[in-house]
Design a binder for this molecule. Sequence first.
Ligand SMILES: [Zn+2]
Length: 81
Amino acid sequence: MCDYSRRLVAWLDREMQGDEASEMERHVAVCAECRNGAAEFDRVSGAFEDYCEALAQTKDQRKGIRVRQFSGRQRRRLCWH
Ligand SMILES: [Zn+2]
């Protein structure tokens, strides 16, 4: 288990900044485990966002339009409430 994998999600969600973010970027470039983790995260969150958007649009047209204005993490958060 890679030490960086715990921080991978924070990095992917763009919660990291500056040196920490660039360190993570360099690490992912050389670490297969973290690259796989990133690909998996992309796949899962992408599918989830599509699902969210479809759900929001079916439920309430106006909410669907609003959901589309948000970025990934916010969109996922919106969907839970
Ligand atoms: Zn790693």
